[in-house]
Write a protein that binds this ligand. Structure first.
Ligand code: GLN
Ligand code: ZN
Length: 763
């Protein structure tokens, strides 16, 4: 035996999003379950064949899904909430989708972020659960690959402890006691799955326990250890690859000694810590090291020479019979192939690697070990030449950007005067009433808005006609906002599909992919921009829209920008320089936009940072540098304005108590936070920390079409006013309104203004 390559999971969407369309056609009733299953099978088999052709030795099976792998686990083990009915057999497709999407009588299951990346899973609900194995899907898909293609695959199964920890009971994530209580009930089902796999000739199973990277206390290892011992006892001949990803193992010693045959480690997003453990603490000689050496959540070609050196280091720890080369995590989180990026600059294209290209890299690296570098010299040479070409290209060597960066260290990015002085000047200039009302920026992206944009993109609508349409829409909404009696208006963001993509289109260094889709949740794909070069400001981005809107009204119109960290978190970012450096380049560019808005007479500028919270690193010890960088880039962006220009910021998602110091450090004059679902917690966080700036806690939830009553909004405002001074408080919805319909938006905002007026009348 020699070194082999192994994969952890393959993207579901399809090169041309066939899988997405399949799901959506079924939902619309355009095909029946039988047709669905036939097409889904073709897609599964095509993905397997492709991996084999790309040279993957150990191919994952059952990593496919009809929606989400956590939902599959929920359905297989009957963790089905009672509101969907009672089941004692494998779910049919409609019932399966009911869990994800809800029915007329049962609300959809909650969805949340998968660790620190932009994939969302269905949250298991372990209330009143009666575990039962309804479907050994792992065996089904193993047998299918074996029978149809002769592939002896590696079934991928979410481990029992992570499955429990990712779920909730009574609305709370399971704690250690709840895991200890439920694990003995769940384990027999996993044992049965393992026994059936073993009995049917399966050699290897990949058991994903990603929560292992978040365990820090030795006692926390117990449930994993109990589970693995039980599984080993139940199916002693089945080999288990215990797979971890997204970060390093703090409990390295304990984990590598668990009773399994292979350990999968992330050697890309581990801050170098897993490699240090391997080199200093060693690795059990009877186990296989499944080394995650290729980045599974970014899009760059690897430096194969550097990776080869890494492999050589690993070979000082284990011998070649005990080494597998893998991506660091499932390739689910990257686009499928660069082959369809036909319009990309060849210099960029050479530096990109999507899923298929990553598998090719693994194959080359495996061959280097097994047959010598000479056997793949051409591939190595091409890789070197491609990386050199991109790194030396003008895209990555903009002298103006270099000069501005060099100048950063000698500057400070503080507002001219402290907040107390600024706010007095701002009040005098803006002359707003108490409890000013505003919105977060976007108004409904109606069918018409989307249709016009699509037509314009296809060159079926001229630039001038598109502009005229955008202006008309802004004009209509300025009037609507005035009629509603809002105090600070917005232009509505009709020109933006997406708050990151739009900025990418106007700055240098960004590439918008043609086909770089990744699954965000269910059938929903996103196409994150690729930041591949130096970011520079070449033209005003939003100034014309803001100035036009301001020309229509005497009320102040807020300028509306996306902050650097959010742009970074929602993009694929070049990895040849530190992320923070790219973030600062974006900040320097946006600083010019802020100053241009101010020069054009815009008195309030909102810089949105919705992704600050969700982008926090997995381990708390890495939070501070991340937060410091966020603050620094925000202040580069915003600090250049005069004292009487008011800077706003907006953040999504509740629970800010633990980063309140960062929120203070941003030094924004006004912050709006999405909190309507958890008012109590957030208010006390601000109270306890003596927050002295102005705040708009969203007074109603925009995520549902329901129109909140005046009384309900009034109650929310009154609650906040018990702890926040009335002079500090703004009234706004809790997020942008682009996904809402116009009638409910108008009705809700009308009630919001009425509620504010009622509160004012009582003061
Ligand atoms: N200004 C943006 C909007 O209103 C903010 C969006 C967000 O917070 N995600 O749509
Ligand atoms: Zn928001």
């Amino acid at each position: 035996m020699t070194v082999i390559s192994s994969n952890l999971g393959y993207p579901r969407l399809g090169e041309h999003r066939e899988w997405k369309h399949l799901l959506e056609h079924f939902w619309k009733g355009q095909l029946d379950a039988q047709e669905f299953h036939a097409t889904a099978k073709q897609l599964r088999l095509a993905n397997l064949k492709k991996q084999r052709a790309l040279g993957v030795d150990l191919i994952p099976v059952a990593d496919n899904s009809d929606y989400d792998h956590v939902l599959d686990t929920i359905a297989a083990f009957n963790v089905i909430p009672q509101r969907y009915g009672h089941f004692d057999h494998q779910l049919d497709l409609s019932d399966y989708y009911a869990l994800a999407r809800g029915t007329k009588t049962a609300v959809a299951s909650e969805m949340t972020k998968w660790f620190n990346i932009n994939y969302h899973y269905i949250v298991p609900e372990f209330d009143d659960v009666h575990f039962q194995l309804l479907d050994n899907r792992w065996l089904r898909y193993y047998q299918e690959a074996k029978a149809e293609l002769g592939i002896a695959g590696k079934p991928v199964i979410l481990g029992p402890v992570s499955f429990l920890k990712l779920g909730k009971r009574n609305g709370q994530y399971l704690d250690a006691a709840a895991v200890a209580e439920l694990l003995p009930q769940l384990l027999p089902l996993y044992e049965q799955v393992f026994q059936e796999l073993a009995a049917n000739g399966v050699q290897w199973v990949q058991l994903d326990e990603p929560t292992l990277v978040q365990t820090t206390e030795p006692a926390e290892i117990q449930p994993y250890s109990d589970a693995l011992s039980a599984l080993h006892a139940a199916a002693p001949t089945l080999n288990v690859e215990l797979q971890t990803y997204f970060d390093s193992l703090d409990l390295y010693e304990q984990v590598v000694n668990l009773p399994v045959q292979a350990i999968g480690l992330d050697l890309v997003h581990d801050h170098g810590e897993n490699l240090t453990h391997l080199l200093t603490d060693g690795f059990p000689q009877d186990k296989i090291l499944a080394a995650g050496i290729i980045d599974g959540h970014n899009v760059w070609a690897s430096d194969l020479q550097a990776k080869g050196a890494l492999v050589n280091q690993l070979l000082t720890v284990v011998d070649d019979q005990h080494l597998w080369l893998q991506p660091a995590n499932s390739l689910l989180h990257v686009p499928i192939t660069t082959k369809n990026e036909t319009k990309a600059d060849p210099v960029l294209l050479g530096g990109l690697a999507f899923a298929d290209q990553k598998l090719q890299e693994l194959h080359v690296l495996t061959q280097v070990v097994n047959d010598g570098a000479a056997s793949v010299q051409a591939a190595l040479d091409t890789n070197r030449a491609n990386l050199d070409a991109l790194n030396r290209s003008s895209h990555r060597n903009n002298p103006d950007v270099r000069a501005a960066e060099a100048h950063l260290a000698s500057q400070t990015f503080e507002r001219q005067a402290p907040f107390t002085t600024r706010i007095r000047l701002q009040h005098a200039r803006l002359n707003l009433p108490l409890l000013p009302t505003t919105t977060i920026g976007s108004f409904p992206q109606s069918r018409e808005v989307r249709a016009k944009r699509a037509a314009w993109r296809k060159h079926k609508l001229s630039d001038a006609d598109y502009q005229a349409f955008l202006h008309a829409e802004t004009k209509r909404w300025i009037k609507l906002q005035e009629d509603l009696g809002l105090d600070v208006l917005v232009h509505g963001e009709f020109e933006r599909t997406d708050m990151v993509e739009y900025f990418g289109q106007k700055l240098t260094g960004f590439y918008a992919t043609q086909n770089g889709w990744v699954q965000s949740y269910g059938s929903r794909g996103v196409r994150p921009p690729v930041i591949f070069g130096d970011v520079a400001y070449t033209q005003p981005i939003t100034v014309a829209e803001s100035v036009y809107a301001q020309s229509l009204t005497t009320k102040p119109v807020k300028g509306m920008l996306t902050a650097p960290l959010t742009i970074i978190n929602w993009s694929f970012v070049r990895d040849d320089i530190p992320k923070a450096q790219v973030q600062n380049q974006i900040a320097l560019a946006l600083r010019q936009e802020v100053l241009n808005l101010e020069k054009a007479g815009i008195k309030i500028i909102q810089v949105d940072e919705p992704a600050l919270r969700e982008g926090l690193p997995l381990k708390q010890r890495h939070w501070q540098p991340y937060l410091d960088e966020a603050v620094y880039s925000f202040k580069i962006t915003t600090s250049g304005v005069h004292n009487d220009t008011q800077i706003h910021t907006h953040m999504c998602y509740s629970n800010f108590a633990d980063i309140i110091d960062t929120i203070k450090a941003l030094d924004a004059d006004v912050i709006s936070i999405e909190t309507s679902r958890s008012h109590g917690e957030i208010i006390s966080a601000f109270e306890d920390n003596g927050y002295d700036k102005e705040i708009g806690l969203g007074v109603y939830d925009i995520h549902s079409p329901r129109v909140p009553s005046v009384a309900e909004i009034e109650a929310n405002i009154s609650r906040a006013l018990r702890v926040i001074d009335v002079h500090q408080f703004w009234i706004n919805p809790d997020c942008g309104l682009k996904t809402r319909q116009e009638p409910e938006t108008l009705a809700s905002l009308k009630n919001m203004v009425a509620a504010r007026n009622a509160v004012l009348a009582r003061l």
